[in-house]
Design a protein around this ligand. Structure first.
Ligand SMILES: [Zn+2]
Ligand SMILES: [Zn+2]
Length: 288
C-alpha cells in the first residue's frame, strides 16, 4: 500500500522546518499500517513562491464576502519556502527513507501555465491535482461563515457542475499526475440525487488526461462520511483504465495511512490489483 497524500502542517498553524526525524516518524507510522511508501504532498499555496505569482486569483469573483474570505485564507497560509521543503524531502530520500517528493497543486482557473512554469525545474516525483475552490469560493473550508452561506445559496447540481468544469480544465492542463479526492464536491455531505452524469465526466477527464485517481480515506473525516471517490465513481475509473493511488491526506502524524485496510477493500471491490508509484513523474504499477 501507499500513502501518496500527506501534509506536514495542519491548516491554521504556521509552517515549520521539516526535519529528518519528522519524516522518519511519518514513514514509521505508515509502516505500522502496512504502507511501505509515502509521498509528501504539501499544498502549493503554503509557499511564498506561489504567493508571488498566484495571489489574487480570486479577484474577479463578484462576491465580496468570498473574496475577503479567500484573501484571508491565502494570507494565513502562503509563508513557507518551497526550496527548503524540497531539500528536506530530498534529504530524507537520500537517507534511504521510503518517501517521494510531491506537492498538492491546486486548480487555478486560466493560470495553469503559470503553475507549470513555477514548478518547472523542481525534481518532483508526483504532483497531485486538486480542485479546492471555484472562483473565490473555497468550498471545502467548511465552518467559514462566507463559505457555508454559499453552500446554502447554490443548488447542489450547480456546485457539481462548476466543480466538474474545473476538474476537467485541471486534467486537460496536464500539469499534474494524480487527481486528488476526485469527488471533493461531496465534502459537505450534499450530493445530487443521481450523480451519474458528473461521475461520467470525472472518469472521462481522468482517462483522457492519463492521470491516476486517488482513493482517499479523508472523506471519512468530513461530513461526506465516505472515501473519495464513491464506489460507483471508482468503478468507472477502473472501467476507463484509470490507474489508482491510495492516500490519507493527513495534515500531521495522527492520520498517516489511516483506514488503509478499508481502502484496500474498496480497491478490491472495484477490481484494482495494482497501485501507481511515481519516480520523477513516471508511473509504475505496484501490487496493492
Ligand atoms: Zn486537497
Ligand atoms: Zn491535501
Amino acid at each position: 500500500m501507499l500513502d501518496y497524500h500527506l501534509h506536514l502542517w495542519p491548516h491554521g498553524t504556521p509552517a515549520s522546518q521539516p526535519t529528518l526525524d519528522e519524516l522518519a516518524a511519518y514513514c514509521d507510522a505508515a509502516a505500522a499500517q502496512g504502507v511501505g511508501e509515502i509521498a509528501l504532498t504539501e499544498h502549493l499555496f503554503r509557499f511564498r513562491q506561489a504567493d508571488a505569482v498566484l495571489s489574487g486569483f480570486w479577484a474577479d469573483d463578484p462576491n465580496h464576502e468570498l473574496r475577503t474570505s479567500m484573501a484571508a485564507y491565502w494570507k494565513a497560509h502562503a509563508h513557507a519556502d518551497l526550496d527548503v521543503y524540497v531539500d528536506a524531502v530530498l534529504e530524507a530520500k537520500a537517507a534511504g527513507l521510503p518517501v517521494v517528493l510531491g506537492l498538492e497543486v491546486d486548480h487555478y482557473a486560466g493560470r495553469m501555465d503559470t503553475v507549470a512554469a513555477l514548478l518547472d525545474g523542481y525534481p518532483f516525483d508526483v504532483l497531485l491535482g486538486s480542485v479546492h475552490w471555484v472562483g473565490a469560493w473555497g468550498f471545502d473550508q467548511l465552518g467559514d461563515p462566507a463559505v457555508d452561506a454559499e453552500w446554502d445559496a447554490r443548488s447542489v447540481e450547480s456546485v457539481w457542475d462548476t466543480y466538474t468544469d474545473a476538474l476537467e480544465e485541471l486534467a486537460a492542463s496536464a500539469v499534474c499526475d494524480v487527481l486528488a479526492h476526485p469527488d471533493l464536491a461531496k465534502v459537505s455531505g450534499r450530493r445530487p440525487a443521481v450523480p451519474d452524469e458528473w461521475y461520467d465526466r470525472m472518469a472521462e477527464a481522468a482517462a483522457s488526461s492519463g492521470m491516476a485517481a486517488e482513493v482517499s480515506s479523508a472523506g471519512w473525516r468530513k461530513p461526506a462520511a465516505e472515501a473519495y471517490p464513491a464506489p460507483p465513481l471508482l468503478s468507472r475509473f477502473r472501467k476507463a483504465g484509470v490507474p489508482a493511488t491510495t492516500a490519507s491526506d493527513s495534515h500531521g502524524l495522527g492520520d498517516v495511512a489511516s483506514r488503509s485496510a478499508e481502502l484496500r477493500a474498496l480497491l478490491a471491490d472495484a477490481g484494482y490489483e495494482t497501485l501507481t508509484s511515481f519516480r520523477g513523474r513516471s508511473a509504475t504499477q505496484v501490487p496493492v
